[in-house]
Design a protein around this ligand. Sequence first.
Ligand SMILES: Cc1cc2nc3c(=O)[nH]c(=O)nc-3n(C[C@H](O)[C@H](O)[C@H](O)COP(=O)(O)O)c2cc1C
Length: 223
Amino acid sequence: MTTVTDALKARISIRAFLDRPVPEGLVREILDAAKFAPSGGNLQPWKVHVVMDAARDRIVAAVKKSLAENPFANEFEIAVYPEGLWEPFRSRRFEVGEQMYALVGIPREDKAARLAWFQRNFDFFGAPVGLFFSIDRRFDRGQWAHLGMFMQTIALLAAERGLATCMQECWAARAKTVASLLDLPETEMLYCGMALGYADPDAAVNRLRTARAPLEEFVRFLR
Ligand SMILES: Cc1cc2nc3c(=O)[nH]c(=O)nc-3n(C[C@H](O)[C@H](O)[C@H](O)COP(=O)(O)O)c2cc1C
């Protein structure tokens, strides 16, 4: 039996997927269970836009075109990280990047190869299904936290079913292009994407195992 703990440990960010379809019924099943995630006041402030088949390919093609035309356009509405990231967060971020590029064999000096590798994000790393998460602009940090819980719930339910995910905030760098293809109303803000599919077990990048700080660094017990 898969326990929640099993699913939690199985869920890692997967950045190379097999060319194996995920039935729509399975995606529906996951989302139908994820709706039981908690939210303050039971507002359920999340919206999910599932793209597969031609819709997925349309978005990938449009974003690819936009990247080719203007590689440095930045349509983020919220900063992915605060400016001047401080310790220990700065080092954590640096380490995960270095670990990943070491696995795929791209040295720090080779900026072009690193950028090209990063841009695989915009093909969902080959996953057949993409999820986009949006939220009403009027919501504040509380509801954003609840959206995050909903996303983690989806990732765990996917892991329980032998599927893999990668959350992808990078899609917000092309928020306008994606929003227009998803036909999002002006009131909705695109937060994050998520690749969903079957992991490629042979891909070196999928061997990435990220570290976590020990309890003492983030927990206080007071009695
Ligand atoms: C909200 C969110 C957005 C993320 N965006 C990206 C992304 O755009 N591209 C990417 O490769 N990984 C992305 N990640 C994955 C993180 O790098 C990853 O979760 C972290 O390094 C921990 O590794 P793990 O997921 O394997 O446990 C994102 C994770 C979260 C939670």
